[in-house]
Design a protein around this ligand. Structure first.
Ligand code: PMP
Length: 415
């Protein structure tokens, strides 16, 4: 690839303390020469996260909240420190507003069941957008069907962002809940979450923001946004799978009934009457993913040690370089806005995205091809699927080069 392209790309990502990250030792599962461009599906794990998990299972492991022995008390402190780290990371008012769940999917289902399932009634409406991930569509459809609620869908602007002018026109006092993605997992479009929240609140609607693709890429401050619910998954934030976060305003958590019954979520149990623990315990029935929370804490520390400003600038430079190089290839069609956060979706005329993915794999470039769990968006874009390259802290100019070289080979094969 050209020197000009090299020069357009960022220098190695700066770390706190001014040291450039050593990509190989930071990310043991990325071998040299493999361009991992599927971070929007799940991020590779830095060594510090792997170490935190290994240490938790190998040295300090015990249950939380119940043990009377020191090891369990120490583990409880570590688990609760993870909750504090999450609260600080997203600007929550208190760690008590942080509910640990399995991931964004479970968080949205929890809100659909415990908030929408108890607050919405026939005739109410829910407002979503055309670019939502299935996990921010299907739970609402299930609850809407059960309660006689209607769903409306916001269109996209010509550059593939959620159309907030249309939101202003479409929203009515019948809309009780709005649920929107902060960053699209297909297009990388960034929502003006504060403006969307203002529009929702103007008619008295609550708003949930799906932060799966935003927390690894842009600074998130739920207090500044002013939203009501915010959800994300740990595994896209360089943390483990099986751990995620629901943040909600304390008064909403207090008003919501439990999601599941079991141990840990109770105040007192008797066959005559059971009472429940306050939030967040009320929503964390059973033995939690203790080590997952510790791994997530290590991931947050890792991301904060680099800084989300630096990560965003790094990914933006990679996206700009990739879009620039790909737009020079006639048969390539790009989707999403030019200032997409970390994600480039594209199709090649006459080539199925799965074939693009397979040929790129032969070139040691890992991308995602398919509908990306966003079938309504695919329909709106008039395609069955797209190819998607998504970037993370470990990617660099060589990965963009490899992507562009691989796509040149695809066009030669099919040309
Ligand atoms: N929302 C968005 C925007 C996503 O990208 C994803 C994961 N692809 C999800 C929700 C669901 O996350 P999970 O599968 O980790 O629950």
């Amino acid at each position: 690839m050209s020197t000009a392209l090299d020069q357009a790309l960022p220098r190695p990502l700066p770390q706190a303390g001014g040291e450039a990250p050593d990509r190989v030792s930071d990310f043991p599962a990325i071998p040299e020469g493999w361009a991992y461009l599927d971070t929007a599906a799940t991020a590779q794990k830095p060594q510090v996260v792997v170490d935190a998990i290994t240490r938790a299972y190998g040295e300090t492991y015990a249950t939380v909240h119940r043990g009377v022995y020191q090891r369990s008390a120490d583990m409880t402190v570590a688990y609760e420190q993870a909750r504090k780290a999450v609260a600080r990371f997203i600007g929550a008012g208190s760690p008590d507003e942080i509910v640990f769940v399995r991931g964004a999917t479970e968080a949205i289902n929890l809100v659909a069941t415990c908030w929408a399932g108890t607050q919405l009634k026939a005739g109410d409406r829910i407002l979503l957008s055309m670019l939502e991930h299935h996990s921010n569509i299907v739970p609402w459809q299930m609850i809407a069907e059960a309660r006689g609620v209607a769903i409306d869908v916001l269109p996209l602007t010509p550059d593939h962002c959620i159309d907030l002018d249309a939101m202003e026109r479409m929203i009515t006092p019948a809309h009780k809940l709005v649920a929107l993605g902060h960053v699209s997992n297909v297009l990388g479009s960034v929502l003006d979450a504060k403006r969307a929240t203002g529009i929702a609140h103007a008619v008295g609607a609550k708003i949930l923001i799906d932060g799966c693709q935003s927390v690894p890429r842009i600074t998130v401050d739920v207090t500044a946004i002013g939203c009501d619910f915010y959800v994300f998954s740990g595994h896209k934030l360089y943390g483990p799978t099986g751990i995620g976060v629901l943040w909600a305003k304390p008064e909403l958590l207090d008003a919501m009934p439990p999601y599941q019954g079991g141990g840990s979520m109770i105040d007192r149990v008797s066959f005559a009457k059971t009472t429940y623990a306050p939030a967040p315990g009320r929503f964390e029935a059973g033995t939690p993913h203790i080590v997952g929370a510790l791994g997530l804490h290590a991931a947050i520390d890792y991301v904060e040690s680099i800084g989300l400003g630096a990560i965003h600038a790094h990914e933006t430079a990679l996206v700009t370089a990739a879009r620039e190089a790909l737009s020079g290839i006639n048969s390539v069609r790009l989707y999403g806005p030019a200032d997409s956060a970390g994600i480039v979706s594209f199709t090649i005329e006459g080539v199925h995205p799965h074939d693009i993915g397979t040929i790129l794999d032969e070139e040691r470039v890992a991308i995602r091809a398919g509908h990306h769990c966003a079938q309504p968006l695919m329909e709106a874009l008039g395609v069955e699927a797209t190819a998607r390259a998504s970037f993370g802290v470990y990617n660099g100019p060589a990965d963009v080069d490899a992507l562009v070289r691989g796509i040149a080979r695809v066009t030669r094969i099919f040309g």
